[in-house]
Design a protein. Structure first.
Length: 360
């Protein structure tokens, strides 16, 4: 059976690529590009709280990193490196190999590398810290996104009317003393459209299946289970929305709670159009009340919720198309405080659930 250091060497040591120094010394050393800030975020996964003991180790490795990458995505930060703090009840080489495989597959897909961590005996607990970089907003011009270049080319080719391209900077850079191009929770402005990426609610539906409250089988169950166990962080979308979105957050604790954070930090309110919220065919086949619960209070979605000026609709659509992700308009930011959920005909929809809070 491997000891602590053999375990680290066998499963978690790979040569550093972008970092100046990776696993093996007292600190890792990261390079950050000139004119950039380091974006840092941690998320811990505890067995029984954040995942079920039945989850396959590959999927757990994937999810532990995915939830952290999702935070970088929400800020529009480019992934650089991460650390892994691991408490293990025992050394199980087969389990560790599978966990590492899921972890590194996602890491490679996002060009982020493991540069250090800590390993100890204890109840299964996984804590990852991610490091990313994001440009400061210091006077230099914001470089064009690849999707903006392609959009411009397409417009010249088709001789179409050019879309309005307001050159105003996001409000975040005016409201806060932070000079950054990072997407923040604090930038939402009255009149902004509310957008969400992908589809919501499948992960919560899977949880209801595991709880025995919903019966699903076959491909439908596999789809929602995958959403719960293998979320895909929207890193490319976050990057493409820099300079376009006013505010962003990733959906980890349910739309109502997470949107509440944006509203509170931005000093605004919102109206959410529940019928517009994107959902899979599997969720759409469930009773409406359950759909609403999964969409609004589900959690574990890891999609991006963001706001942008109505003048930027074409830019949001182009950014989403460029990265191959759906973006759906699902509400509006209001000057009046408060969060109202309405249906297609404007009736208020009851929302008896609260955002997820570990201590309430
Ligand atoms: P220290 O004594 O400074 O706490 P350790 O002896 O715990 O360092 O770890 C030795 C090296 O292995 C360090 O570079 C540390 O970052 C790295 N490390 C420990 N655990 C992990 C892990 N789970 N994944 C990646 N690197 C790890
Ligand atoms: Mg240590």
């Amino acid at each position: 059976m491997a000891g602590e250091f053999a375990l680290i060497a066998r499963h978690f040591t790979r040569p550093a690529r972008r970092a100046a120094l990776g696993v093996g010394d007292d600190c890792a050393l990261l390079r950050v590009a000139p004119g950039h800030q380091l974006a840092v975020s941690s998320d811990m996964l505890v067995e029984g709280r954040h995942f079920l003991s039945t989850v396959a180790p590959e999927r757990l490795g994937h999810k532990a990193l995915a939830v952290n990458l999702s935070d970088l995505a929400a800020c529009g930060a480019e992934p650089l490196a991460f650390t892994l703090a691991l408490a293990l009840p025992r050394v199980d080489d087969a389990w560790l190999a599978a966990f590492a495989q899921g972890l590194f597959a996602l890491a490679d897909a996002h060009d982020i590398e493991l540069v250090g961590g800590d390993t100890t005996a204890g109840p299964l607990n996984i804590c990852i810290t991610v490091f990313g970089q994001v440009p400061t907003s210091a006077s230099q011009q914001v470089p064009l996104h690849e999707w903006q270049v392609q959009q411009a080319k397409a417009q010249t080719q088709t001789q179409a009317q050019p879309q309005p391209q307001p050159q105003t900077q996001p409000q975040t850079q005016v409201q806060t003393p932070v000079q950054t191009q990072a997407l923040l929770r604090s930038g939402a402005q009255p009149g902004d459209d509310l957008w969400v990426s992908g589809a919501l609610g499948d992960a919560r539906l899977a949880l209801e299946v595991f709880r025995g409250n919903v019966a699903l089988a076959g491909a439908a169950f596999e789809q929602v289970r995958r959403a719960m166990e293998q979320p895909q962080p929207q890193v490319a979308l976050g990057l493409a929305l820099r300079g376009v979105a006013h505010a962003a957050i990733d959906l980890s604790d349910g739309l109502l709670g997470d949107l509440g954070h944006v509203l509170q930090r931005s000093g605004v309110g919102a109206e959410v159009h529940v019928d517009a919220l994107p959902r899979s065919a599997v969720l759409a086949a469930q009773p409406l009340r359950l759909q609403h619960e999964c969409l609004l209070a589900g959690g574990d979605d890891y999609e991006l919720l963001f706001t942008a000026a109505p003048a930027r609709r074409a830019d949001v659509a182009a950014a989403a198309r460029h990265v191959g992700v759906a973006a759906t308009r699902c509400g509006v930011i209001t000057a009046a405080a408060g969060l109202r959920v309405v249906d297609t005909v404007g009736r208020t929809v009851a929302t008896p659930w609260r955002g997820f809070d570990h201590f309430v």
